[in-house]
Structures are given as C-alpha cells and as structure tokens.
Design a protein around this ligand. Structure first.
Ligand code: NAD
Length: 294
C-alpha cells in the first residue's frame, strides 16, 4: 500500500531513510532547515515544502529525524509544526533519539488532537539507514504501528514494538549506553594491541570470535582500518550519553561506568572542538596519545 509520506530532517540518517521510502514507491514531501539537503531527493521525485506544517498538510504520515529533544518538540508541536498541519487520523513517527519523558508529552499532545503518534528511534547507523537494515524500537499503540508498517519496512529490517510511548527511546538510550561502554573498552584494547606490536587486522579477526567481541568494536575498527566513516558525530554521542544517564537516575539505577564514559567522550569533544567530528575518531586519538606511530 503506497502512502503520502512526509520527511523532516534530512541529515546523515534522514537523507538515506527518506530515499528508501521514496524508492519503495511512496509519495514523498520533504523539509529541512538546510535547503541543500533536499536536492538529491527532489531529483529522485520528492517535493520540497517550505516548513514542517506544509509537509504535514500534504501527508498521511510524517517522519522526523532531528538532532535532539528540543528540535523534535519544536517541529512536532511548535508554531508551523507538524501537528498544526496533520489532519485528524494521520500518523506522526519520530525516529530521533530523545528523552522518553519528552516523547510521552508529544504523544499526549498528538493523541489529544486525534493523531496517531509513534516513536521509532533507530539503530544501525548510516550504513543501516542506506541499506534499509535499521532496527526500529517502536513505542506507542500497536495498531498505529500496523497502520504504517509498510513504510517502516522500507527503512528497517527489524521492527520491534517495545511498549507505550517512551519505551522505544528508553531501549534506544540503554542500547547506546551499552554501546559506548563497549566502545571505550574497544579503544583501549586497540591501543594496547598496537603497542604490543600485534597487527590490528589480525587483532580484529582474533577478537571477532572471542568474548571481547562487540558489534561496535568490529564496526569501528573495520572502518578505521579501511578509512571508512561512521556518520555519527560526537555532539550526538554526548547527547545520547547524557540522556541515558538521566534515564538511569530517573529509574533509580546507580550507574558507575556510564558517567565515566560520558566524561571521556565530553573530554574528547571539548579538546579540539570536535563536536561535528565522528566519535569513532577516539580510536586514532588514543593511538596517538599512546605513542603509536601511524
Ligand atoms: P544530523 O545532524 O546529520 O541531521 C539532523 C538534520 O536535522 C540536519 O539536516 C538539520 O539541518 C535538520 N534540522 C535541525 N533542526 C531542524 C528543524 N528545526 N527543522 C527541520 N530540520 C532541522 O543528525 P543524524 O546523524 O542524521 O541524526 C538524526 C537523529 O538520529 C538524532 O536524534 C540521532 O541521535 C539519531 N541517530 C543517529 C545515528 C547516526 O549514526 N548518525 C544513529 C541512530 C540514531
């Protein structure tokens, strides 16, 4: 079933997700505060709209992929936002990673207005987005998910209904906290291997089938060795870590490692204004600081 879809936020993740929705045959209307982000999609058949409301007026379902909580609240519920343009019975799906409490507010505001609201934060990075192989952690009503499942299937290969609004972002933040903890361990392991004179490709291969393995280790070391890019900047990493730690304290879980990992990532970001650089550059940074000649 083809739908009239809107997509707002055409950055590293939004751009390939929108392209896959268009590629699946849906009609697509797009918007981003940076005009140039729409050019390739327009060439492929999407229509540009002048703001979020104008996207919503033309759509049965609107997606957002935005930097964080503030932007999502503004674009969903603010002046000239999605909710001011969507007709009753239409659906709003936010794929960004935001505070679960904010998602619950947005859900309440939307349902009060007769809209269907879902959160679907994604995991899999830009490569997952390009390959339509994302995992979607969906929070909201299960029947609303069914209504837009064909569109979700054009961007993700695993769609998990987690529970009510907020639970999708909760699992996403927990996933990311675990990922960053594993990532710092991977950085230290890579630096130690290099210092021990172990070839890093051999190290990657050996650890892949050992208990020190993690997906983030495998992905980031492979990309580093092949000069590939991850497409996730350090500002977003800090945002996710902060939200994850806030969630831990809301839930009354005494986190020990998470705050330490957050401090390391913040220190890396602040040490050279690296907010827009990739957090995976912490691997070469630690190699340099370990005296590894590269
Ligand atoms: P990005 O910064 O590349 O893209 C965000 C886009 O939103 C930009 O194009 C920006 O111009 C646009 N934007 C900002 N404010 C806007 C507004 N008010 N109205 C319209 N457009 C606006 O970020 P990204 O890497 O694509 O990530 C998007 C979301 O997905 C974030 O919440 C991030 O945490 C999450 N996420 C990212 C990754 C990743 O690997 N990059 C993976 C999973 C989830």
């Amino acid at each position: 079933m083809h739908m009239k879809v809107g997509f707002i936020g055409l950055g590293n993740m939004g751009q390939p997700m929108a392209a896959n929705i268009l590629g699946a045959g849906h009609t697509l209307t797009i918007y981003d505060t940076r005009r140039q982000t729409g050019r390739d999609l327009e060439a492929a058949g999407a229509a540009w709209a002048e703001n979020a409301k104008a996207v919503a007026v033309r759509s049965e379902v609107v997606f957002t992929s935005l930097p964080g909580t503030g932007a999502v609240e503004q674009v969903a519920t603010g002046a000239n936002g999605v909710f001011s343009g969507l007709a009753g019975g239409s659906t709003y799906v936010d794929t960004s990673t935001i505070a679960p409490s904010a998602m619950r507010r947005i859900f309440a505001a939307g349902t009060d207005q007769g809209l269907h609201v879902l959160e679907a934060p994604v995991s899999g990075g830009i490569h997952g987005a390009q390959d339509a192989a994302l995992t979607l952690f969906v929070g909201g009503n299960a029947e609303d998910l069914e209504r837009v499942r064909p569109v979700l299937e054009s961007i993700g290969s695993k769609i998990v209904h987690v529970g009510p609004a907020g639970s999708g972002n909760a699992i996403k933040l927990i996933n990311n906290l675990m990922m960053f903890v594993n990532f710092i361990g991977a950085c230290e392991g890579v630096a130690m291997s290099a210092r021990a004179g172990i070839d890093l490709r051999l190290f990657l291969d050996a650890i892949k089938s050992s208990m020190g393995q993690s997906r983030i280790f495998e992905r980031t070391l492979s990309l580093f060795l092949d000069s590939g890019r991850m497409g996730a900047n350090t500002d977003l990493a800090v945002k996710d870590l902060r939200l994850g730690i806030e969630l831990g304290s809301e839930l009354g879980v005494p986190l020990e490692v998470g705050p330490l990992v957050r401090d390391l990532v913040v220190r890396f970001r602040d040490a050279g204004d690296r907010g827009q650089d990739e957090f995976t550059d912490m691997i070469p940074d630690l190699l340099r600081r370990s005296g590894v000649d590269m």
